[in-house]
Design a protein around this ligand. Structure first.
Ligand SMILES: [Zn+2]
Length: 300
């Protein structure tokens, strides 16, 4: 049985944007006969809090979205959820292997020096890393991170909703940061290792992440994954003014809606309506969400 995953970060409470993601994840999983594994993405230790994780699990259960249990007999088998912070040794060993194969190097660049070297203005997440440290042979140490060499060429993949895509990781982002200067594992590296280790064959996530899919596929290949996962990027929930919904928006929090007397079915129906998955905010029980996404899913 194929596996997909629901992977929230415990950096805030569950909101309607998460509910949309859950509708897509459980919906497509049911349509494709896949298992849904639950992963807590707490790689960023400065922003995650245990109370958010507890609240998130409780809200998910209240909504009726039941994760499946990890299969297998390995160290991850039989678990109801996987937490990234429990697996730093695993990320470490994958990084060591990449470094031994000359595919990773130490980098001490700050956001400011990267922006300057790239000749751009302020640094943003899409500023390509210009390769400054690739030939410097720096030793690892405090204040230094690690990057993986992306190499030339394109990555082609077929998104299960958006169709064929072509991306060029080396031009788009340059060598990918896998461990930052504080010693924290980056999102790109942690999820790519997790997806490989958990045998995730189908990744369902918001379309704001579409631009980073090629680099994740490249990273997966470099890590030795012969068949990278399939991807489906779903539309994000947007406010009436078109802006992306933030986790701080009080009127869309699952906790607030619960406190106001809404039922789980009503909250799911509301999210589906706001994401354009149904014309009216009619209540939908969690076991019936497959019907909401059936027409937009292109099949495996
Ligand atoms: Zn550097």
């Amino acid at each position: 049985m194929a596996s997909t995953r629901f992977a929230p970060s415990p950096t805030g409470y569950l909101h309607l944007g998460h509910v949309v993601s859950a509708i897509w994840t459980w919906g497509v999983a049911r349509l494709s006969g896949s298992r849904v594994l639950l992963r807590i993405e707490d790689h960023d230790r400065t922003r995650c809090r245990p109370e958010y994780e507890a609240a998130l699990l409780e809200d998910l259960e209240w909504l009726g979205f039941q994760p499946d249990v990890e299969s297998g007999t390995g160290s991850r088998g039989g678990r109801k959820l996987v937490r990234q912070s429990d697996w730093s040794g695993l990320y470490e060993s994958h990084l060591r292997e990449l470094a031994a194969r000359q595919l990773a190097y130490v980098c001490d660049c700050s956001r400011r020096t990267i922006a300057e070297a790239a000749g751009g203005d302020a640094f943003n997440e899409e500023t390509p890393y210009p390769g400054t440290c690739r030939e410097r042979a720096l030793s690892p140490g405090p204040g230094r991170g690690w990057r993986v060499i992306m190499g030339p060429g394109e990555e082609r993949f077929t998104d299960l909703r958006l169709g064929p895509q072509v991306q060029r990781p080396a031009e788009q982002c340059g060598d990918v940061l896998v461990q930052d200067r504080l010693g924290q594992w980056t999102y790109q590296f942690a999820v790519t290792v997790d997806d490989m280790e958990q045998g995730i064959g189908l990744v369902i996530r918001g379309e704001d992440l579409l631009g980073s899919t090629g680099r994740q596929i490249r990273l997966a290949r470099l890590l030795g994954r012969a068949t990278p996962p399939r991807f489906l990027h779903h539309p994000l929930l947007r406010k009436p003014d078109g802006s992306k919904l933030s986790k701080s928006a009080g009127d869309t929090g699952v906790r607030e809606l619960r406190a106001a007397g809404r039922t789980p079915e009503q909250v799911i129906g509301l999210a589906a309506h706001a994401a354009g998955l149904q014309l009216k905010p009619a209540p939908v029980p969690a076991p019936e969400v497959a019907a909401l996404v059936r027409e937009q899913w292109r099949g495996m």
